[in-house]
Write a protein that binds this ligand. Structure first.
Ligand SMILES: Cc1ncc(C[n+]2csc(CCOP(=O)(O)OP(=O)(O)O)c2C)c(N)n1
Length: 261
């Protein structure tokens, strides 16, 4: 496909998985070839090719608001919204901006550079939507690095309290500028690790099944034990406790996983 001919992401709606995979490859090659000349954020953008394709396929930008935290990972979004022909000027004077820029496109709804602002912006846009009785989606896309910023935690606190409808996409690739560190990183690590809850639950069920006549009282105790176990080990409990409904983790490069979720 001629990426420079793309004007609007609407064509993705009818794209098959095979076409999406091929387009993802073309976008990766395009980014590598262009950025090897101009410089720019290569890694963060190679990491969100499928994610950005999926967001533009499943949602309806600019009615739905895609809010990129920091904004350094918006190159794929720029390609899909009619700006591939300007990549030779990336980050040059009067050239294509390396971050979302409202004056470039109606699809750029937030300008950043400073990290950790997307959730607060999303809260504001969602509140405005609700006041006007509109029904668009608001989708902040935030990395695991930016999530550790104070302003992001302030916004999680606010959104969870208000129960405002915001769909937070957490791009947990374990990298910030360097590998991510800290207590929150450890929470995310536990969330990524697979099998803990499932294995423990299966073990518990096995033990319960071995008890011959499982009476009412014992049965409800077992159920309570399973609930406690779920509480301790379930994925996303940190976010659930903050008032969010958590789905994941999913492989952000896997179209099937993404569509199902
Ligand atoms: C307040 C602030 N501090 C530091 C930076 C420098 N900075 C730019 S990108 C980045 C890390 C981003 O990591 P992450 O949020 O995980 O996103 P990813 O690159 O993995 O997509 C940092 C620290 C910044 N932009 N703003």
């Amino acid at each position: 496909m001629d990426l420079e001919a793309i004007q609007d992401p609407g064509f993705l709606k009818s794209y098959s998985k095979k076409q999406l995979s091929q387009l993802a490859e073309e976008i990766r090659s395009f980014l590598i070839s262009k950025l090897s000349v101009t410089g720019g954020h290569l890694g963060p953008n190679l990491g969100v090719v499928e994610l950005t394709l999926m967001l533009h396929k499943l949602y309806d930008s600019p009615k739905d608001k895609l809010i990129f935290d920091v904004g350094h990972q918006a190159y794929v979004h720029k390609i899909l919204t009619g700006r591939a022909d300007r990549f030779d000027t990336l980050k040059q004077y009067q050239g294509l901006c390396g971050y979302p820029k409202m004056s470039e496109s109606e699809h750029d709804v937030w300008e950043a550079g400073h990290s950790s602002t997307s959730l607060s912006a999303a809260m504001g846009m969602a509140a405005a939507r609700d006041l006007k009785s509109e029904n668009n989606h608001v989708l902040p896309i935030i990395g695991d690095g930016a999530l550790t910023g104070g302003m992001a935690l302030e916004a999680l606190n606010h959104i969870g309290h208000e129960q405002t409808n915001v769909t937070v996409i957490l791009n947990d690739n374990e990298m910030s500028i360097a590998p991510n560190v800290g207590a929150l990183h450890n929470v995310l690590g536990r969330l990524r690790s697979t099998g803990g809850y499932r294995r423990a639950k299966e073990d518990l069920e096995y033990v319960i099944k071995k008890i011959p006549a499982l009476g009412g009282p014992l049965s409800s105790t077992a159920e309570r034990m399973k609930d406690s176990l779920k509480y301790l080990l379930s994925k996303g409990m940190f976010f659930e406790e903050m008032g969010f409904t958590y789905y994941g983790p999913i492989d952000g490069h896997d179209f099937d996983d993404f569509i199902t979720t």
